[in-house]
Each structure stands twice: as structure tokens, then as C-alpha cells.
Design a protein around this ligand. Sequence first.
Ligand code: UDP
Length: 578
Amino acid sequence: MNISAVFSALLVSIMAAVLWKHVKLLDQFYVIEEELELTRQSQELSQVRIDYQAALQALVEDGTRMVCSGRMHTDRVCRFESLCYSTEAEEFVFFHSNASIMLPNLGPRRFQPALLDLSSVDDHNTQYFNFIELPAAALKFMPKPVFVPDVALIMNRFNPDNLMHVFHDDLLPIFYTIQQFPDLDFESRLFFMEGWNEGLHFELYKFMSNKQPLLKEQLKTLGRLLCFTKSYVGLSKITTWYQYGFVQPQGPKANILVSGNEIRHFAKFMMGKLNITLDQNAAEAYIVLFSRSMNRLIVNEAELLLALAQEFQMKTITVSLEDHSFSDIVRLLSNATMLVSMHGAQLVTSLFLPKGAVVVELFPYGINPEHYTPYKTLSTLPGMELQYVAWQNTEEENTITYPDRPWEQGGIVHLETKEQERIKKSKEVPRHLCCRNPEWLFRIYQDTKVNISSLIQVIKSTVKKKLGLRRQKWTQGLYPGKVRESKCQASAQGTSEAKLFVSWQIPWNLKFLKVRDVKYEVWIQEQGENSYMPYILSQQNYTFSENIKPFTTYLVWIRCIFNKTLLGPFAEVLVCST
Ligand code: UDP
């Protein structure tokens, strides 16, 4: 090999190395460019600064971490670090690394039926949340992530165009989920994943965060792979009071955990956001008639308005979602004496009524008010302090039916003639499941000519308290603690007579309270027997001799009762042998 050949070979390899270096540099340049762009995107999403390299490294090294509360998918809310979402696959992604945590670790039970409900509606199969799993190493082959620096609350809205659903399923649960977890606050970002557009009441959702909520559709514009630095997934159901009838006919939830106190606390928050200040001293009492303009009409509304004004000697105002701003409606309701409305979602606004106000719900012909009680349940929650009245049109000649309308507005012409006839003849819609029962839709979308004298009679016979009279102050029932230092002494004289001497001290909290009526309930139970003898006493000791046998063991249960209805817990059972 001659020298020139060696030289040219060397030159070629040097050239190759230089070129290679250049390409590498260019590569790196593009990577840095891309990262700068992704950092900019992440920062655009929020004002929070993020260190892109550090965030990426954390994701690759630590993977996703999840810890959830709740035992079942229906009561679970999960906290994630580095949960990602592929906007192309429309899937959440859990990246596994050595530092990943997944609690609960359910194995295949994560799919039976899901990890959690993404909306506050219980176990609805269109609302399930899950993620797919990947090793963190797969990130090398995926689009570079865009990081979401805000703490995120990821959830589904259930039915954003229906006001009852907006309040009951979304706003109240969001409000109290935020209060439940210390990382969440009004600086958190809401992500609505149900896939709807903003909907009719988006302004109300905006009150729940100082940052613009983002819809599923908008996520695509942010990037192909989004990674939530810190997020909560799911909603607390603790404030919901109604089940809509997906598995059993609709009705109040079996175990309601919310009281009027929390509902009113939320109402006050909303009123603050709507810039409404309560005018407690507003002089004039008035009635609000909440009207619907499109369907389920009151056909003699003007006449009804006049009659109410005359009967109750009050100004009467009509409002509707179509003609009034939401804040005007709430402003009017927050001082109203009575709200009258056809059954329908607009009645959820009764949560803005002042204590003592009357809610009058009107039901069309064939609809049994006892079967549809979302607004009755709301009004009668302890602490709402509303008076609820239901009125039903029982006169067939006063109803207007619409068999020719589309099925979702109650039309029935698509049904077989025989079935149409049956529905038309039926006097009451039998209990049914949600949501497409044609007989229910047919009846609920009727218009009604209200029989005014019958309505006024129902209102007057139900409303006990004087209209417009506000209760002074509602004090929540405070429950007694356990009685303290309870003792039992037994005595027996001979083989025929025996006595139990039982004494106790007042519950600890009683000395700080002014309670009108304090009583003690004592149960004497012979050991091994199912029945017991109950006594109600005012004093703190008593000698029981009635039905007390010698050489017998008795269990003695004692509890305190405030104001006849507030039952305290039983103290430790006393065992007493004669
Ligand atoms: N709605 C209204 N005026 C109408 C009919 C409906 O404001 O004439 C509102 C209603 O309050 C609810 C939404 O439109 O927020 C959907 O009404 P729909 O009849 O479907 O539900 P419902 O009121 O029976 O829950």
C-alpha cells in the first residue's frame, strides 16, 4: 500500500468522523430545539416554570406513581404523579419504572369493571377510568411529552346541558373534591374528559378554578403525549343525594351523606362568584315562578301568576333560563319567599332559596310525584330548612299531549298502535328505569293547565309556617357524648327480691352547651335474652327493682338524649349480677 493510499484512506475516515460529528451536533441541536418548544408549550399551558430536562428525567427514572383512596371503583379517587395521556390513542398511560407505585395493585381486577368512576354517577359503564401500561423505556420511541405543571383534577361531566346534572353531578362534587385533598385548590386545573363541548353552563364550571378548564378535544392541540406532573382522577360522591335509576327506579340515594349546611356553604360560594350579596333586609316578600319556554309548559301561566299574587298578597315574578341570566335568577331566588315550577332541572336552583322559603313542584298528568324526588330530597335535607310542596295534575282534560314529537321529547308515534293506545289510556306511569321509557317521556313532556284552586289549596294545607317568616337562626343539632363514670350495683334480699342501682355522670360536652331538654335512656337486658326494658329518665341515677330477679346477670346500656331527638352513643355496657 503506498503512502498516498493510506493518506486518502485517513482523509476519508477523518471526513466521515467530521461529518458524523456534524450530524450528531445537528441532531442534538434539533433535540434542544424540540425541548425548548415543548418547554414553551408546557409553560404556555400554565404560568408555572418547569425544568423540562428534569421533568423528563423524573418521568423516565421514576415512572408513574399512584395512590388511591376508596375500597371500590365506585368510591375511589386516585392521586398520580407523572400520569400521561396519549391524545392519539386517547388513553391514559402508566409508565413503569423501578420507582413506580400502583396502590391499590388490583391485578386483573382493575378491569372488573374499572379502576374508578370518572364522574360522580355511581358505576355508570360510560364513565369508567383506566390506564394502559408501558415500561418507561418505551418513552424513547414515543413523542416527547408535554408536561402539565398545574395540579390537575381529571374527571367527566355527566350531562353538562342539564342544570340539575351540572349542580348535582359536577359542581358540588368538584367543589368538595377540591376541599378533600390538600394539593387541590382553586389554582388547580380541571380536565373534562367526557368529550362534550363546553355546553350550556360552562360559565358555572369556570367558577371552580382560577384557570380555564380544558376539554378532551383541546388536549390534542397541546401535544401528542401529555404528562400530568401531579393529578387527581375521579370525583368525590359524598355530596350526591340522588340516583337516576340506571339499575333500580330513580330515588334518593340509600345513604345520603350531605346536609343542607354543606349545600348552603357551596351556594354561598357560588353567589360570591356571581357577585350577589345577600340583602337580608329586603323589605318585600315575593314569589318566583320559574317557567320553561320550550316544553312541559304551564299553559295558563299568566292566570296562575295573578292568582298567586292575589292569594298570598305578594309580588310574583316569572323567570326562565331562556330569558334571564343565571346571576339574575340566583339574585331573585336568594331572597324569594316561594318558588313555583314544573318538575325539571331548573328546580335545582332551589338550593339558592333562603331558609324558610317554600318550593312548589308541579307534576304533569300521570306522573306520581313520589316517584321522582330529586328536588324534594334536596329541599328536605336537614339544614336546608325549606318547605316542600308537590302538586300533580289529576285531570286528564287539563293535559296537552304531544304524541307526534320525536321520541326524546315524548313522542310515541314510532311505537306499535296497540302500545300507543295503552300509553294514552294509562293513568299513571309505572315505576321504570332510566332513561328512554316512552311512557315516562310521553307523560313528562305534557303541557299542563294548572287547576289554580286545587294548587292553592295544596300549598295552603302543606305550608304550616307563616309565609315569608324567616326562622331566626338554624342551629345544627349537636349530639351528646357518652355518659361518663357509669356504675351499677346489685343487691339481693333473699331469693325473691333484687335491685339494680345505676348511676352515671353527664356527657362531657353538656357543660359547654345550653340544651333545653336532657334525658337519659337506660336499657336493662337480661344476659342471653334478646329483649330489654327501656327507661327514659331525667336524673343521673336510678334504682331498678321492677322485674329484677335475684341470681341473674344484667347488661345495662345508657345513653343521653338532647331535645328528644338527638340520640347520643351508648356508654360501655355495664354488667351487673344480682
Ligand atoms: N329547559 C328549559 N326550558 C325548557 C326546557 C328545558 O330551560 O323549556 C332546561 C332544563 O331546565 C334543563 C335542560 O333544559 O336544564 C334540559 O331539559 P330536559 O327537559 O331535558 O331535562 P329535565 O328538566 O326534565 O331534567
